[in-house]
Design a protein around this ligand. Structure first.
Ligand code: PLP
Length: 391
């Protein structure tokens, strides 16, 4: 090798800094697509293992740090961080379900998941039974010899239906089903479904886990390392791994998850109480209110708070509701949730626009329904904003 390298070569073979024993306090961003090995046999081994680092589609140290952090929050054996929440749900469901299999799913479901199941059914002949999600006996009634999995959400969108996870998981387990739950709305601060019997917990980390409206991501956490490995293998084909920078941003958000979740809950609770006394609000959907159907269950299952998403039905119709949301000044009109800013959206016009009036009514949505993803502002300022817009 020549002693003096050409500039073109030098620009490529830059040195990696020697830290001399110093430890970075934050997880460094390993923005690298591949890893080099002195020993070619070690490389050959690394490429086939979820534990080692060889190529970014397999794994990456920054992504691994996020996976380990969420595993400890969820009490999981292992986790798989993905490029989006849908990436996690897609990879998990495509691993668990094949042609001719049957899955039992709660009816109040994130729209993207509903579309994915519709596709799995149309393209691959996966049978789907939708249940109300109110009584665990529904699982036993829906069982078939081909049933493989049960899919639930801890808190549903937008009316915050609370699912009795221990009872549903017990019914699913008794039938040998793999129990999957989307825990996005509760976050692992609100609920740790693996401790209640879940096999797989999925999150859109775009929401509370990252918390700053600046990153798209997802994560699946597994009670059992063997299932993690199966889904990891599948993810090599779907190519859904998280980008290191997205994982790094999510880790940064995760550090304040506990503080943020407490504030989201307190703000949502305070705003829900304020709005429930307002004459222009017909109905408030928030499990913290004694009249909510999930009130007692939420107190038992989510002792650290119910997230920060509530819904209201504005008195009047579509026109009054649009006018109300238009007049909000602090709360912005945007989709998504779980960030520091308060956001509102009208499900009948956005997330659920593909459903007809009857379908909407079946899941408790009207033209006056507004979902409020309560942020971290001062509660008094939020109350004042909602009051001026309603008045
Ligand atoms: C946003 C969301 C998803 C999808 O996550 P993306 O990160 O947008 O792909 C899935 N489930 C729930 C409950 C969500 O709120």
């Amino acid at each position: 090798m020549p002693t003096q390298l050409h500039p073109e070569t030098q620009a490529i073979h830059v040195g990696i800094p020697d830290l001399g024993g110093a430890r970075p306090l934050n997880t460094p961003l390993y923005q690298t697509a591949n890893f080099g090995y002195d020993n070619p046999e070690e490389l050959a081994e690394a490429i086939n293992s979820p534990e080692s680092f060889a190529y970014l589609r397999n794994s990456n140290p920054t992504v691994r740090a996020l996976e380990n952090a969420v595993s400890s929050l969820e009490g999981a054996a292992a986790s798989l961080a993905t490029s989006s929440g849908m990436g996690a749900i897609h990879t998990v469901l495509h691993t668990l379900l094949g042609s001719g299999d049957h899955v039992i799913v709660q009816k109040h479901l994130y729209g993207g998941t509903f579309a994915l199941l519709r596709d799995l059914s149309a393209r691959y002949g996966v049978d789907v039974t939708y249940i109300e999600g109110r009584d665990a006996a529904e699982v036993t009634e829906a069982l078939r010899p081909t049933t493989k999995a049960l899919y639930l959400e801890t808190l549903s969108n937008p009316t915050a239906q609370v699912t009795d996870l221990p009872a549903f998981f017990a019914a699913g387990k008794a039938a040998g089903l793999t129990c999957v739950v989307d825990n996005t709305f509760a976050s692992p601060i609100g609920c740790q479904p693996i401790s209640l019997g879940a096999d797989v917990v999925v999150h859109s980390s775009t929401k509370f886990l990252s918390g700053h409206c600046d990153v798209l991501g997802g994560i699946a956490s597994f009670a059992d390392a063997a299932l993690h490995r199966e889904v990891w293998s599948r993810s090599l084909e779907t190519g859904t791994i998280a980008d290191p920078f997205a994982a790094w941003l999510t880790l940064r958000g995760l550090a304040t998850l506990g503080l943020r979740m407490r504030r989201h809950h307190e703000n949502a609770d305070g705003l829900a109480r304020f709005l429930s006394d307002h004459p222009k609000v017909a109905e408030v959907h928030w499990p913290g209110l004694p009249g909510h159907p999930g009130h007692d269950l939420a107190r038992r299952m989510l002792p650290n708070g119910y997230g920060g998403v509530l819904a209201i039905d504005v008195a009047g119709g579509r026109k009054e509701t649009l006018e109300f949301t238009r007049r909000l000044r602090l709360a912005d009109r945007a989709v998504s949730l779980g960030g520091f800013k308060t956001l509102v959206q009208q499900p009948s016009a956005t997330s659920h626009r593909s459903m007809d009036a009857e379908g909407l009514r079946a899941i408790g949505i009207t033209e006056g329904t507004v979902r409020i993803a309560v942020g971290l502002e001062h509660l008094d300022d939020l109350k004042a904003d909602f009051a001026q817009a309603l008045d």
